[in-house]
Design a binder for this molecule. Structure first.
Ligand SMILES: *Cc1c(COP(=O)(O)O)cnc(C)c1O
Length: 428
């Protein structure tokens, strides 16, 4: 089979994310990837602006991560976690407990971000069940939030972005507060908090937890909001005895300029979800951490255990590469790197505000966003980006990048100028 035939098979038989099999979008075949460059089978090289959806923070084909993976594969690629344990899991759990906000001491390993959200929701439900409070079975979430595509996770995603109507009758119906309007740099507006407090005041007896993405809402709108809001939400959750779940699957491991976005507000959630960059983007792995109080309450209740246990729980290859990625992050000077990326994106994207059709340019840490006043024609703009030698994948009305932290300033400039060019093209 040549590439033409392989691609035609792909288009006819393989689902890509959110795509049609009768009217498929173009997909570009990758030959290999290294550093910040993705090489297509045509020989074209693209500068990666996406970190493969927040994950590949150290770049592709990294020697340290390759070494960890190869080394572990010589020992144990996989072993069941029921009744057995191993060093990579223990070392990784210790490291996660150490680096996450103070108080998150108990670790549940699972295989994807969505599953780690399911686990967090189940922990909250089992916690209240164990306390004999059988009325707390719903969740509060934010409009424009994104927490994954499995049913529990989907039920706390934005109801319109998340297409809840497609699954109504099966999907649990949760409560939603408006997406906070106050930007990252501004103070938190009273209206934002009032909306949350009103819902909590009237529904707290049925709320198991409030789940949100701290400070940056990712796939539901690439919005950045005031850390003050997060700090006040922490207080409100305490006041109304509602658990707080922080979904740091996108924001974790330095992406917002802090190791975890909760640090912008100096808070500890009751439960945290980690994924995406956990393995440096090498493979699928996630973790849910909770406080000792939650874990012990669950285990004192009926049936005395936490009811979840995936086949590939704590996979040793994934644990080893995660550990290597976290060590690499700590040794790599990620703070200087993300600060430099932030400063350069601020400088280069700020002028976008003058482009017709651009509603706002936003930058935080290693995340840069242009919000337009209309939908981006993804197919056309994607093609334009590829011709310009960059890999940027817009969605809805957003053109955004979150490059690997190792990106050099010349390559970053090529990404930002491609974004500006696309915005001008769409606005003209
Ligand atoms: C990507 C993402 C998820 C889902 O993770 P998957 O690994 O795709 O299942 C959940 N929450 C947030 C904030 C995410 O960005």
């Amino acid at each position: 089979m040549d590439w033409k035939e392989k691609l035609s098979f792909d288009q006819g038989h393989i689902w890509h994310p959110y795509t049609s099999l009768i009217d498929p979008l173009t997909v570009y075949p990758v030959e290999s990837a290294s550093g910040v460059r993705i090489r297509l089978t045509t020989g074209l090289e693209l500068i990666d602006g996406m970190s493969s959806w927040w994950a590949v923070i150290h770049g592709y084909n990294h020697p340290e991560l390759n070494k960890a993976l190869a080394g572990q594969s010589q020992k144990t690629s996989h072993v069941m976690f029921g009744g057995l344990t191993h060093e990579p899991a223990i070392d990784l759990a210790r490291e996660l407990v150490r680096i996450t906000p103070e108080g998150l001491d108990k670790v549940f390993f699972c295989d994807s971000g969505s599953v780690s959200v399911e686990v967090a929701l189940k922990m909250a439900l089992q916690y209240w069940q164990a306390r004999g409070d059988t009325s707390r079975k719903r969740f509060l979430a934010l409009r424009c939030g994104y927490h994954g595509d499995t049913f529990g996770a989907m039920s706390v995603c934005d109801p319109f972005n998340g297409m809840h109507s497609l699954y109504s009758g099966f999907l649990p119906e949760n409560l939603f507060a408006p997406a906070p309007k106050s930007g990252f740099d501004g103070p938190c507006t009273p209206e934002d908090l009032q909306a949350v407090e009103e819902i909590m005041a009237s529904h707290h007896q049925e709320l198991a937890a409030f789940i949100l993405e701290p400070v940056v809402q990712g796939a539901g709108g690439m919005r950045m909001y005031s850390p003050q809001y997060l700090a006040r939400v922490r207080e409100l959750c305490r006041k109304y005895q509602v658990l707080l779940i922080a979904d740091e699957i996108a924001t974790g491991f330095g992406r917002t300029g802090r190791l975890f976005a909760c640090e912008h507000a100096g808070i500890t959630p009751d439960i945290i979800c980690l994924g995406k960059a956990l393995t440096g983007g090498y493979m699928s792995m996630a973790a849910t951490l909770c406080t000792t109080h939650i874990a012990e309450t669950i285990c004192r209740g009926d049936p005395g255990v936490f009811m979840h246990g995936p086949t590939f729980m704590a996979n040793p290859l994934a644990c080893s590469v995660s550990l290597a990625s976290i060590r690499l992050l700590q040794e790599s000077g990620w703070q200087e790197k993300t600060a430099r990326i932030q400063e350069q994106m601020q400088r280069e994207l700020i002028t976008a505000g003058n482009i017709p059709g651009v509603r706002q340019a936003r930058v935080l840490g290693a995340i840069g966003v242009l919000e337009l006043d209309r939908q981006v024609p993804v197919g056309d703009i994607q093609q334009m980006f590829v011709q310009d030698g960059v890999w940027i994948r817009p969605f809805m009305n957003l053109i955004y990048i979150m490059p690997p932290y190792i990106i050099e300033s010349g390559d970053l400039s090529r990404l930002t100028s491609a974004m500006l060019k696309a915005a001008r093209h769409i606005g003209s």
